[in-house]
Design a protein around this ligand. Structure first.
Ligand SMILES: NC(=O)c1ccc[n+]([C@@H]2O[C@H](COP(=O)([O-])OP(=O)(O)OC[C@H]3O[C@@H](n4cnc5c(N)ncnc54)[C@H](OP(=O)(O)O)[C@@H]3O)[C@@H](O)[C@H]2O)c1
Length: 275
């Protein structure tokens, strides 16, 4: 069953590495080396994935994998590539991918020089934990760039994980990643501000979260069906300046940062309403 799937090595097996390892093992990929900084972390990752051999980066002598996924933090990718490139083994015919959203395959230049195919394959999903991330990989978009062979491997890997491959140009990765940050981290930050305002009204944090979630989920569902412009409701869509001023003054009384955030997003809302 599994023989036609390439063998997968992982360097960095935290939230994303573990989640991808588990999903791809379930899709029939045999797991080779699972490399972390700490031995305990590598062992936990092997247990989570249900396969592979635990290794530490400082004692790495060889790496078992036709396809190696580098899932270390972004700022460690170049260092990892440098270390892998020093291993006394053949790289021709093998593929090294990293999973960063902001960096391109250029970060793997050292190992490319050794003959490996290189690319990046970024799951456009949030992984607060490996467990939660693993449940959300299916249906997620995977942004892929790199050399031709690496793009082919990454595309297949994304499909086998249940995801939707999407090609990107290397130079577009920072802009693509900025868009991803706005759709995930910034949404969390915005809702945090909304919760702060509700707590100032007197709600406890859990009560406030419970109160806004149906509204948030309704808005997201509307955006999915109609797009952002039709989904824009409220005083900015209506051009109700008196209400906007009441809102702004009330937020200012809590703190200036909340009022500024409301105004900044209001600029965008006005543009959307005019369209
Ligand atoms: N989290 C997300 O939502 C998300 C989403 C999409 C893409 N990504 C990307 O996925 C990658 C990993 O992020 P993550 O959130 O999974 O990070 P993480 O949970 O912090 O895991 C990082 C892993 O890398 C290992 N590591 C750290 N430094 C290393 C080094 N110098 N050499 C080898 N291994 C090293 C860690 O080992 P120890 O446990 O032993 O320290 C750990 O296993 C990043 O490129 C990130 O941009 C993240």
């Amino acid at each position: 069953m599994t023989s036609h799937r390439p063998r997968l090595g992982l360097v960095g097996a935290g939230r994303v590495g573990r989640a991808l390892g588990l999903v791809l093992r379930n899709a029939g990929y045999p797991i080779g080396s699972v490399v972390c900084r700490k031995a305990s972390s590598a062992r936990d990752a092997v247990a989570f994935i249900g396969g592979g051999t635990a290794r530490t980066i400082s004692r790495l002598r060889a790496i078992d994998g036709d396809v190696v996924i580098v899932a270390s933090p972004d700022d460690a990718i170049e260092d990892v590539a440098r270390r892998i490139a020093l291993l006394p083994e053949r790289f021709e015919g093998r593929t090294i991918l990293h999973v960063s959203g902001s960096q391109s395959s250029m970060a793997l230049a050292d190992v490319k020089r050794r003959g490996a195919s290189t690319g990046s394959c970024h799951p456009l999903q949030s992984f607060p934990t490996a467990e939660l991330g693993a449940t959300r990989i299916a249906g997620s978009t995977f942004a892929i760039e790199g050399d031709r062979a690496a793009v082919a491997v990454a595309t297949r890997l994304a499909r086998d994980a249940g995801g939707r491959p999407m090609r990107l140009r290397a130079g577009d990765k920072p802009l693509y990643h900025a868009a991803a940050v706005m759709a995930s981290g910034h949404v969390a930050a915005l809702l945090d501000a909304s919760l702060e305002a509700l707590q100032a009204v007197g709600l406890r944090e859990e009560e406030a979260r419970e109160a806004i979630m149906p509204l948030v989920e309704g808005t997201v569902a509307n955006i999915r069906r109609t797009g952002t412009r039709v989904a824009l409701t409220g005083p900015f869509a209506r051009g109700d300046e008196a209400t906007i001023e009441l809102n702004r003054a009330a937020l200012m009384a809590v703190n200036e940062a909340l009022a500024r955030l409301y105004e900044e997003l209001g600029v965008r809302s006005r543009v959307m309403a005019r369209r």
